[in-house]
Design a protein around this ligand. Structure first.
Ligand code: BDR
Ligand code: CA
Length: 306
């Protein structure tokens, strides 16, 4: 079993990532923490609560975190995830509420209690993680690994230079990349290849309630359509990496997050030429897309059959 703690801002692709967790018996989800990002914190938390029950994630705590970026207003994804954050998916209202407490404390205490055991998976802006690093720098040693969906060394999505999760809180991202761990960066360079093509959508359609209530309406309303003709499920890549790292090619690099640029704020400036420097990131450069969908659709099929 691999223990994972997921920091998220659901978000359509966050929801698809959580469905992958739910369909993967080899993962033990120790907590869900929420952050303002795709939509505001109240909605990302409400969506996480609804997903916990719909996906039957059990008693895993859902703990709300930061309501905004460290220094400036949080960017939003606008139309991409719809007003609710889950597009046209309408899940049953959850019966249970969030845990008392604050995501930053939850992250610190979870890692303190199980040093070396928990993989942190961050699929939203990095505000909670930056605050956790500032509050308790030893989280860097205690985390088994930090895997993020975020950044890019090729092209942006929310603007030409930056990926949304970085642009939403560049100062937080800079703190996280400079904290001393080796960040596993799964950026747009690979996640834009994880596209729900019409063939993939056809494989999802027969999956009963999972398809009818979540997968199909969410995917069909996802506002970021790639050149390949469907949306990219960015955040599911981070969970897929934990399940099967061999799907990804990763290259050591020094990554610095631009916080001051007039046109480049949030850019992850990625230098693969290490010279005499320590790499602070392992940056994904390729994804086995067929293997990815085999893994994801297999997990969804297992979940739907339960
Ligand atoms: C990232 O931004 C959000 O819109 C998605 O949920 C994903 O985490 C992709 O740039
Ligand atoms: Ca997200």
């Amino acid at each position: 079993m691999t223990k994972v703690l997921i920091d998220c801002d659901p978000g359509i692709d966050d929801a698809l990532a959580l469905a992958l967790v739910a369909g993967s018996p080899s993962l033990e989800l120790v907590g869900l923490t929420t952050v303002s990002g795709n939509v505001d914190l109240e909605l990302t938390t409400a969506n996480a609560l609804a997903l916990r029950e719909f996906l039957e994630l059990g008693e895993v705590p859902v703990t709300p975190g930061s309501a905004g970026a460290l220094l400036r207003g949080t960017a939003r994804t606008g139309h991409v995830h719809g007003a609710s954050g889950l597009g046209d998916a309408v899940l049953p209202a959850p019966e249970r509420g969030p845990s008392p407490g604050y995501a930053v404390d939850f992250i610190v205490e979870a890692l303190r209690a199980a040093p070396g055991e928990i993989t942190l998976v961050a699929v939203g802006p990095l505000t909670n993680l930056a605050l956790a690093v500032r509050k308790e720098p030893r989280v860097v040693e205690w985390a088994r690994e930090l895997v993020i969906m975020g950044g890019t060394y090729t092209r942006g999505n929310r603007d030409p230079a930056a990926e949304f999760n970085m642009l939403a809180d560049p100062e937080a991202a800079a703190i996280v990349f400079d904290a001393g761990w080796t960040v596993r960066m799964l950026g747009l360079d690979v996640t834009l290849t994880a596209v729900v093509t019409s063939d993939v959508l056809d494989r999802m359609r027969p999956l009963g309630r999972l398809a009818d209530r979540l997968l199909v309406p969410a995917v069909r309303s996802y506002g970021e359509v790639t050149a390949a003709g469907g949306p990219a499920v960015h955040d599911a890549c981070a969970v897929a990496y934990v399940l099967d790292p061999s799907l990804f090619t990763c290259v050591p690099a020094v990554v610095k997050v631009e916080t001051a640029g007039l046109y480049t704020r949030g850019m992850t400036v990625t230098d693969f030429d290490l010279r005499d420097r320590r790499a602070n990131a392992l940056v994904a450069t390729a994804l086995d897309v067929r293997g990815f969908w085999r893994l994801v659709l297999g997990a969804y099929e297992g979940l739907a059959a339960r």
